[in-house]
Design a binder for this molecule. Structure first.
Ligand code: UD1
Length: 348
């Protein structure tokens, strides 16, 4: 298939491009480089020894997207491009709603115009809000606690309505749990700009800050702040379903290869089905990589829940997908990626 990947140079997008190319699909990337860099294109091409077609455009620019469709016969779209920082979305809701909703509306409008009927949408476990029980199934009630989450939920509703109104239009909604890890080549991974909000990138910074042979000394990374140890979980710290980003990427490959068998809108959880606490992740990272991650317990982060992990059996039964990598693989690959990054750039 010829697949258009929006946000294809981002963390999940880039790993997905690799899997698509390895699966012999043609890849066209549209990315405005808001949260990515152009060298990621070269890295994807180096890993796969294949070329991608690249457009530096904003998905909110309908004319630019229309031009891409005029120049290429696109069979399917995987739509990653979006803002994704929860805290920022609380401060800048208009920016989040405008970007994350307009981009999807544009993509769908242009797809319908050009008779492209296969869309994979990048959603999140955040749409389950406070889950009624665990593990989480796709038919659980939906709710959100922040504008970022609401953009995901509203996008899901928009896509549901578009599928209802256009009988040939098919949509696969993938609800990601917590992606971590990096490509085994160490050429792709997550290295957020500024102080990270998410747990794994923060653990990585603290660990490298504590390694004597790096120049990454920074007071912000002297200790990990563990947000609360009074949750209703085995060790009191928050439990999440961490999934290796390469497994997640493979889920997208399975999705586009199943459009023939599906109709209308379809929702799938992409997780491992296993929950690990903050301290589980810290201890595993320390053990696997032989490093120290000093931490202190601080108060809860507003909006966090006790525990969240997937029932991923629907993706297995219908798409033939399941996660292969375990938590040790995730910790090792994150670390190796960061070490290579420090070697190449001199710092994180
Ligand atoms: C968050 C978002 C989710 C988004 C995902 C992206 C919320 C409510 N959810 O998930 O919508 O899709 O990021 O990956 O914000 N923690 C610490 N110290 C830290 C950072 C995190 O103790 O410095 C803890 C948190 O309290 C939580 C766990 O680590 O228990 C995971 O946090 P994080 O990596 O931020 O992911 P989520 O909050 O699960």
């Amino acid at each position: 298939m010829k697949v258009l990947v929006t946000g294809g140079l981002g963390y999940i997008g880039s790993h997905t491009c690799v899997e698509l190319l390895n699966g012999d699909h043609d890849v066209i990337v549209v990315d405005n480089l808001y949260n990515s860099t152009i060298d990621v294109k070269d890295r994807i091409e180096k890993i796969t020894s294949k070329n991608i077609t690249f457009y530096q455009e904003d998905v909110c620019n309908a004319k630019a997207i229309d031009k891409i469709f005029r120049e290429n016969k696109i069979d399917a779209v995987i739509h990653f491009a979006a803002y994704k920082a929860v805290g920022e979305s609380v401060k800048l809701p208009i920016m989040y709603y405008e970007n994350n909703l307009l981009s999807t509306l544009n993509i769908c409008k242009v797809m319908l115009k050009h008779g492209c009927n296969n869309l994979v949408f990048s959603s999140s476990a955040t749409v389950y809000g406070l889950p009624k029980s665990l593990p989480i199934k796709e038919d659980f009630p939906l709710s959100t606690t922040n504008p970022y989450g609401t953009t995901k939920l509203v996008n899901e509703q928009i896509l549901t309505d578009i599928c209802k109104a256009n009988e040939n239009f098919k949509c696969i909604i993938l609800r990601y749990f917590n992606p971590i890890g990096a490509h085994k080549s160490c050429l792709l991974g997550e290295n957020p700009k500024g102080i990270p909000n998410n747990l794994m990138p923060y653990i990585m910074r603290v660990a490298s800050n504590n390694l004597k042979n790096t120049n990454a000394k920074n007071e912000a990374y002297s200790k990990l702040k563990v947000f609360g140890n009074d949750y209703n979980t085995p060790d009191g710290t928050g439990v999440r379903d961490y999934i290796h980003v390469v497994d997640l990427a493979k889920g997208h490959l399975k999705a586009i290869e199943h459009f023939d068998k599906l109709k209308g809108i379809n929702f799938y959880n992409l997780g491992t089905g296993k929950g690990y606490s903050v301290l589980d992740l810290v201890n595993t990272y320390e053990k696997v990589n032989n490093v120290n991650v000093p931490y202190e317990i601080v108060k809860r982060r507003p909006g966090d829940i006790d525990a969240c992990y997937a029932d991923a059996s629907k993706a297995y039964n219908e798409l033939g997908w399941k996660a292969e990598y375990d938590i040790e693989d995730m910790c090792r690959d994150s670390y190796l990626y960061q070490q290579k990054y420090i070697k190449d750039h001199g710092d994180v």
